[in-house]
Ligand binder design. Structure first.
Ligand code: CUA
Length: 182
C-alpha cells in the first residue's frame, strides 16, 4: 500500500540516516575510490590500452593519402558483401597502412606479416563508424575529421574480421572488413 498512498509521516526525509544505510554509502564510496585508483593502474599495467595517436584531418586529405598508399601497394582485389571490388594491399614490413571507413565498407583489405610492427592510419569519410577487430577485440571509434594512428604487431597469422560496431545506417551489418596476417 505504501507505493499507492503517501507515507503517513510526511516529513520522512528529515529522519536521520540509518546505520545500515551509512554502511552501504561507505561501501559504495570506498569501492568508487578503489575503482578510481584502478583506472590509473589499468592504464599503466593493463593489456587493453592501445598505443594510438590522433590528429586532425579532413576526408579529402585522408582519402588522398589512402589512395596513394593503395595505388602503390595493391597485390590483388576481392569482392565484399556489397559486391564491391576491394583491393588487397600489402603493407611493407614495418611500414604504414591506411584504412578508410565509409558507408558501408572498410577500404582496402590489409595484408600484414606476423611479428612485424605497423602503423595503421584510420579515418571515416562520412559518419561515425566503429573499428572492432575480431577475434582479438580491439575497439576504436572512427570519427570523420580525425586520423587515428594505431601501432599493431600481429602475433598470430590468420584472417581477422573488422566489424563496424557503431550503428551507421541501413547497411551497417554489411560493413565488414578484413585483415590478413601471413
Ligand atoms: Cu559503419 Cu556501422
Amino acid at each position: 500500500m505504501s507505493a499507492i498512498l503517501p507515507p503517513s509521516d510526511r516529513l520522512w526525509w528529515k529522519q536521520p540516516i540509518d546505520k545500515v544505510e551509512w554502511a552501504w554509502i561507505g561501501i559504495a564510496f570506498v569501492w568508487g575510490m578503489i575503482m578510481f585508483v584502478m583506472m590509473v593502474y589499468w592504464h599503466v599495467f593493463g593489456k587493453q590500452n592501445l598505443s594510438n595517436e590522433v590528429y586532425r584531418t579532413t576526408p579529402e586529405m585522408f582519402a588522398a593519402k589512402a589512395e596513394k598508399f593503395i595505388a602503390e601497394n595493391t597485390v590483388r582485389t576481392e569482392t565484399d558483401l556489397n559486391g564491391q571490388q576491394i583491393p588487397v594491399v600489402k603493407i611493407p614490413p614495418g611500414g604504414e597502412g591506411f584504412l578508410i571507413a565509409r558507408l558501408w565498407n572498410w577500404y582496402p583489405i590489409l595484408e600484414l606479416e606476423k611479428g612485424q610492427t605497423y602503423k595503421i592510419h584510420l579515418s571515416s569519410m562520412d559518419y561515425l563508424h566503429g573499428f572492432s577487430l575480431q577475434p582479438v577485440n580491439i575497439n576504436i571509434q572512427v570519427i570523420p575529421g580525425y586520423e587515428h594512428v594505431v601501432r599493431m604487431t600481429p602475433t598470430k597469422s590468420g584472417t581477422y574480421a573488422i566489424v563496424c560496431n557503431e550503428y551507421c545506417g541501413i547497411g551497417h551489418h554489411t560493413m565488414l572488413g578484413r585483415i590478413y596476417v601471413k
